[in-house]
Every structure is written in structure tokens, then in C-alpha cells.
Design a protein around this ligand. Structure first.
Ligand code: 3HC
Length: 295
């Protein structure tokens, strides 16, 4: 299969990442089926996608006609079979739990065309392990976007142990067709490249506050103005979702050892469901005009 053969992309999961990936695909001219398990979830993702397109048009980063055309290419769907039966490429962005993802792949395998490629947007989980619950581990890879997908240039394309190199080439071509810059991750390893580097940084920032070495504001001004990240460490944790950072660390701890133990400060936020922008509060409060992204 060539990238020109890809017409319809199914995006499974309409959350923070799923709706953003669907937006990127629609802007690139693909027909997109945005699927989630409940009407309210898929509608929320669709509304966020529409908000984002309008925001880009308002800022003249895209034209109004382009925004409208992209939105027209997106079909929100709840029924999995309907979402994937004519898909050429499936990007899965469901919650970062191995069991949930495996169940989705088992069901997906029953309905997707044999030639369709499955790509997981997992942040850290084993691509190989996920691929092995399907009948097409050679047509399975990681395609990891960054938050927010419409603004972030990089896409990690991850090889599982069974991935056909042609599928990696195709996925990189697709990322380029979406206007992104793919980087190949040659070996399936927890956190891949970016999260292996970034998430321990977010964890260390949390330990500094936990140990009373510095306040959140002090850490963030340091990471932003001295280290040169586009956001402070805690702003970034709120951007990606504190639960996502926690899940990545938890998985890395299990595979790589206790150096990756999540800081209690992250655990507390997850338990309190203060997950960042998406819940209106994380390390910062967004209900007070801090974030205008709808939650
Ligand atoms: N769509 C459209 N507009 C959006 C948006 C979206 N999805 N999200 C935010 N915006 C808007 C904001 O509402 C704001 O609008 P306003 O000016 O009207 O208030 C505007 O974008 C801010 O954009 P600016 O260009 O003015 O601001 P920045 O220069 O700060 O850029 C940013 C914003 C691109 C998000 C930048 O801060 C950035 O790069 N942050 C780091 C993000 C990052 O590192 N992400 C990767 C994290 S790791 C990850 O995702 C992996 C995962 O597996 C954990």
C-alpha cells in the first residue's frame, strides 16, 4: 500500500489526543472517522476539534474555508464496525491502559479490512505486546503524536518486533502527508524517545516540590526561562494530562525499575482527578480564564 492509497483514516478515541489527530488528518485532506464508545465522548471530541479549527482560522493560521472543509471530512461515530469497515489506516488513541487497548484491538481485528494498518498512539506501552493480540502484527506499528497534535511537529513512528519495514515507511509517509516530521524509533522500548527523556523530567520537577526545595512557580520559571522548554514542567504536565505522565512512569517503573517511581505529588493529583487542562485543574487552575481550551 502507498500513502496515495489511503483515503479513510479511523481514529479510535476522541479524547485529548484522538480529536487532535483526527483534526490533523482532516486538515491533510483525509476522510476521518472519529470514534468513541459513547455519544457524549465522541461529541465532546468533535466539539473540541471544531473549536480548534475555529481558533486556527481566527488566528489566520488556516483559512475559514479550509477549516470548514476539514470539519466536513470528519464523521463522528460510536459503532466500531461502521467506523473501521472501510478504513485504510487506523490510529488508536484510547486510554493508556494495556487491557483497554488490547480489548479494542481484539474487536477491531474482527471489523477492519485485512489490508488496513493499525497504528497505536500509545505514549509508552509495548507496541509488540499490543500487536500480538491481532492477526496482523506485521501491519502494526506505533504512531505517537504530541499534545496538542495540531501544533506539535514531531511524530514518533515505532517499530514493534514484528512490524514490516514497509509499514514503517508508509506510516512515515503518512506523517509527512499530514505535514509532520516523523522520527523512527527502531526498538520498542518503554516511553520510546521523547517520553523516556521528558516524563522523568516532569517527575523530578514534582520531587523538587515534594521535597520543599522549590515551589511550582519557581520550578516552572527555571524550566521555561533557563532550560528553555516552551512551557514550565508543571504547565506541561497539565498540558499532557497528569494521569498520562503518571501512567507512563508507572509502566516505566514496572519495566525499567524504581528510578521511574511516580512522585507522590503526581499520585495525589491523579487520585483527586486534578488532571490538568482537560479537567479544569491540575497544578494550575484553568477555570479562572487560565485555559480557553474547552474541557
Ligand atoms: N488548537 C488550536 N489552538 C490552540 C490549541 C489547539 N489544540 N491549544 C492551544 N491553542 C491556542 C491557545 O488557546 C492560545 O490561544 P490565545 O492566544 O487566543 O489565548 C494559543 O494557542 C497559544 O498559542 P501561542 O502560539 O500563542 O502560544 P505558544 O507559543 O505558547 O504555543 C504551544 C503553544 C504550541 C502549546 C507551546 O506552548 C508548546 O509547544 N508547548 C509544549 C507542548 C509540548 O511539549 N507537547 C508535547 C508534550 S509530550 C506529549 O504530548 C507526549 C505524550 O505521550 C505524554
Amino acid at each position: 500500500m502507498d500513502v496515495d492509497d489511503i483515503e479513510t483514516i479511523a481514529v479510535l478515541g476522541a479524547g485529548n489526543m484522538g480529536h487532535g489527530i483526527a483534526e490533523v488528518a482532516a486538515l491533510a485532506g483525509f476522510d476521518v472517522h472519529l470514534r468513541d464508545i459513547k455519544e457524549e465522548f465522541v461529541q465532546k471530541g468533535y466539539d473540541q476539534l471544531e473549536w480548534s479549527l475555529n481558533k486556527l482560522a481566527e488566528k489566520e493560521q488556516i483559512g475559514e474555508a479550509e477549516a470548514e472543509a476539514a470539519l466536513d471530512r470528519v464523521t463522528p461515530i460510536v459503532d466500531l464496525e461502521e467506523a473501521v469497515e472501510d478504513a485504510d489506516f487506523v490510529v488508536e488513541a484510547v486510554p493508556e491502559k494495556m487491557d483497554i487497548k488490547k480489548n479494542v484491538y481484539r474487536e477491531l481485528e474482527q471489523h477492519a479490512p485485512d489490508e488496513a494498518v493499525f497504528a497505536t498512539n500509545t505514549s509508552s506501552l509495548s507496541v509488540t505486546e499490543l500487536s500480538e493480540v491481532t492477526d496482523r502484527p506485521e501491519r502494526f506499528c506505533g504512531m505517537h503524536f504530541f499534545n496538542p497534535p495540531v501544533r506539535m511537529q514531531l511524530v514518533e513512528v515505532i517499530s514493534g518486533a514484528h512490524t514490516d519495514p514497509e509499514v514503517l515507511d508508509l506510516t512515515e509517509d503518512l506523517a509527512e502527508a499530514m505535514g509532520k516530521t516523523p522520527v523512527r524509533v527502531r526498538k520498542d522500548s518503554p516511553g520510546f524517545i521523547v517520553n523516556r527523556v521528558l516524563v522523568p523530567l516532569l517527575n523530578e520537577a514534582a520531587w523538587l516540590v515534594e521535597d520543599d526545595v522549590a515551589t511550582i512557580a519557581e520550578v516552572d520559571s527555571t524550566t521555561k526561562y533557563d532550560i528553555g522548554l516552551p512551557m514550565g514542567a508543571f504547565e506541561l504536565a497539565d498540558q499532557v494530562g497528569v494521569d498520562v505522565s503518571y501512567d507512563v512512569l508507572d509502566y516505566m517503573q514496572g519495566v525499567l525499575g524504581d528510578a521511574y517511581e511516580p512522585c507522590p505529588l503526581l499520585v495525589e493529583k491523579v487520585e483527586a482527578e486534578k488532571l490538568g487542562k482537560k479537567t479544569g485543574e491540575g497544578f494550575y487552575d484553568y477555570d479562572d480564564g487560565g485555559a480557553d481550551v474547552p474541557t
